[in-house]
Design a protein around this ligand. Structure first.
Ligand SMILES: NC(=O)c1ccc[n+]([C@@H]2O[C@H](COP(=O)([O-])OP(=O)(O)OC[C@H]3O[C@@H](n4cnc5c(N)ncnc54)[C@H](O)[C@@H]3O)[C@@H](O)[C@H]2O)c1
Length: 283
């Protein structure tokens, strides 16, 4: 159901790769709610993915940009303001990638070149987006900037690897930049910490299916879907949340406040067996 929550608002949505992407769902909902926006992704993703289809559906333009490249970001933001006919009201940063995860590198045997890339793509790019937007004075007062995070920023999750460090940095950037952007321009900056969600990035995490199941059993309201994440993003972009800033907001069915649930305990009891393979002892 649409409520016209974003009527007249202009934005940029990063990270819609295919119809499973969280950013894809946000774009569909933002369009329904009356927003105009541009879509952006790295050129290789635009070749492989289906972003153009989404642009047609949302009656908009796709502007290629590598979010780690400041020159690309400048061009993207300037072009977006031209296409949309004015300054922006919202930005969604929905970007994550770890070459260490892709190449199966263990957290205690990281490739540091890959780690630089993980942090640059998944966290520093958020700073770059905001620094570029601020220098161009591209965001209207009470604008809203959002990035997507995961609870591995606060707690350790098997298999999440160096993305945990990236998410901690991402959330810290939201606070640090949120202070400056709020003080100087009344722009709010937040992260939404989302449940595990079956997308291209999500499914890359080791043991993802089991993580999804565990998290579902642990959350009193169950995992939040990509559509439910999109709903939350829309509210955060709307004028209904004008004084919410510098927060990490959990959209996780209660998972982050749980210790152990009955459902998870029952499953654990059923499947209880000790691994005697020493290889897996410290995995
Ligand atoms: N899927 C999950 O379980 C989950 C849970 C919590 C948070 N998140 C976060 O949600 C966000 C979106 O991921 P998703 O799950 O929709 O997966 P996705 O794979 O659909 O989206 C990730 C996007 O990042 C883009 N990207 C990668 N490198 C880039 C670069 N250099 N410049 C610009 N874009 C680049 C990819 O092309 C892709 O579109 C990520 O930050 C992810 O960490 C995902």
């Amino acid at each position: 159901m649409a409520y016209n929550l974003l009527k007249g608002k202009r934005g940029i949505i990063f990270g819609a790769l295919d119809s499973n992407s969280i950013a894809w769902k946000v774009a569909e909902r933002a369009y329904e709610e009356g927003a105009t926006f541009t879509l952006t992704n790295v050129p290789v993703a635009l070749r492989m993915g289906e972003t153009q289809k989404l642009a047609e559906k949302c009656n908009t333009e796709v502007i290629p940009a590598d979010a780690t490249n400041v020159e690309d970001l400048e061009k993207l933001i300037v072009r977006s303001m031209e296409v949309l006919g004015g300054k922006l009201d919202f930005i969604l940063h929905s970007i994550g990638m770890s070459p260490n995860i892709r190449k199966g590198k263990h957290y205690s045997d990281l490739d540091y070149g890959f780690l630089d890339k993980t942090l640059d793509v998944s966290a520093l790019s958020f700073h770059k987006v905001m620094q570029t937007a601020k220098k161009l004075d591209a965001i209207n007062e009470w604008g809203s900037v959002l990035a997507l995070s995961y609870v591995a920023a606060q707690r350790t999750f098997y298999g999440y690897n160096d993305m945990a460090d990236a998410k901690s940095l991402l959330e810290s950037i939201a606070r640090s930049f949120g202070y400056i952007y709020g003080r100087e321009k009344n722009v709010r900056v937040n992260t939404i910490s989302q449940s595990p969600t079956p997308t291209t990035a999500g499914s890359g995490v080791k043991g993802f299916d089991r993580l999804l199941d565990f998290s579902e059993r642990m959350s009193p309201l169950g995992n939040a879907s990509a559509d439910e994440c999109a709903d939350y993003c829309i509210v955060m972009f709307s004028d209904l949340t004008k004084k919410v800033t510098m927060q990490n907001l959990f959209n996780d069915g209660g998972f982050s406040s749980m210790g152990m649930s009955l459902q998870a305990m029952e499953q654990y009891n059923k499947g209880f067996q000790l691994s005697d393979d020493p290889k897996h002892k410290y995995d």
